[in-house]
Design a binder for this molecule. Structure first.
Ligand code: NAD
Length: 313
């Protein structure tokens, strides 16, 4: 029997690729409800969906920040049935916290955390009743390791990690699986959207030195990380599809073997000093050598740290 998969945030990036890959499954294992906040943006998805449109893929409106929108979407689904929920919708935020309003920070949590929680709450009763289901959430390596100038974004992903880790224990009793996908940098519109916002900001409230670190040290380093270590949305979507197809999925999956060692620092030293100092050195001391050090990381890790990362077949 076909599994009903609901994916949030499918107008672009990982969500779009994942919805299409699942819909194109050769064994036709899935019927995908690909959702997005604004249906005016559905052209790209429709085009990518091709022959699967209105067959194994249907498009629905869904804003993860609205109770009404979530209810409406579920009511439009056959028997309101969701076998696999993919919480993919998310927004980024970078910059010195002094220049971000409380309201803007709360918006990140409204989408990345409460949006996913709203979705889980909506599908959970039926999954428990049926004693089957899979809740998959697009977290990030930043859900495990904080990154400079990504304070609130990282916190929102940490929040999701804590939520899912807690829930996973209870849900095991109901045969409902919980999985977190933790990509490193992914080359989607995500980075571009962040750059656009940063470009507009005058950084009110932040001191000159902090703004200089952000603009002249962090931004080039971050760009470098996206170019050297970045994955394609397709790679992350393939890894996620693999996880969805598993009979006994794990709680956590990192998708980028090049990034795994950076996260491992945290587990190597429980005091936290090792990771704080390593990230400090990468950012402030390697300066002009940043490019070299990123390539070194790539070179050292490409063979040794594959264990534990999902690699698409
Ligand atoms: P993206 O910006 O292309 O996709 C995010 C999608 O979420 C967009 O289509 C956006 O419209 C949608 N969205 C935002 N608010 C929404 C709302 N209220 N309701 C419904 N949809 C909403 O970027 P992406 O890289 O494909 O991001 C997908 C997920 O992957 C996010 O959760 C992001 O945090 C995570 N992620 C991204 C990266 C990266 O580097 N790009 C790395 C790790 C994790």
């Amino acid at each position: 029997e076909q599994k009903a998969v609901l994916v949030t945030g499918c107008s672009s990036g990982i969500g779009l690729r994942l919805a299409v890959l699942l819909a194109q499954d050769a064994k036709k294992r899935y019927h995908v409800t690909a959702t997005m906040r604004d249906l005016r943006k559905k052209d790209k998805l429709e085009q990518a969906a091709g022959y699967t449109l209105n067959k194994t893929l249907s498009i629905q409106r869904l804003d993860v920040c609205s109770d009404e929108s979530v209810a409406e979407c579920l009511n439009n689904m056959k028997d309101r049935r969701v076998d696999v929920l993919v919480n993919n919708a998310g927004v980024g935020q970078i910059g010195p916290i002094e220049s971000l309003s409380m309201q803007d920070m709360q918006k990140v949590f409204e989408t990345n955390f409460f949006g996913a929680v709203r979705m889980i709450k909506a599908v959970l009763p039926d999954m428990k009743k049926r004693k089957s289901g899979h809740i998959v959430t697009m977290s990030s390596v930043m859900g495990l390791q904080g990154i400079v100038f990504n304070d609130v974004y990282a916190a929102s992903k940490f929040a999701m990690e804590g939520f899912c880790e807690s829930l996973a224990v209870q849900l095991l009793k109901f045969n409902v699986n919980v999985s977190l996908i933790e990509p490193g940098p992914v080359n989607t519109e995500f980075e571009m959207k962040l750059m656009e916002e940063v470009g507009k900001s005058q950084f009110p409230g932040a001191d000159v030195e902090t703004v200089r670190y952000f603009k002249e040290v962090y931004l080039p380093a971050s760009h470098e990380i996206f170019t050297t270590l970045g994955q394609s949305p397709d790679t992350v979507a393939k890894a996620t599809m693999q996880v969805i197809g598993m009979r006994l999925p794990r709680l956590r999956y990192q998708t980028n073997p090049l990034y795994t060692p950076l996260v491992a620092l945290k587990y190597a030293d429980e005091s936290g000093s090792l990771s704080v100092r390593t990230f400090y050195n990468l950012l402030f001391n390697f300066g002009p050598l940043f490019h070299l050090s990123m390539n070194l990381i790539k070179c050292i890790t490409c063979n040794c740290f594959r264990r534990g990362a999902v690699s698409p077949s």
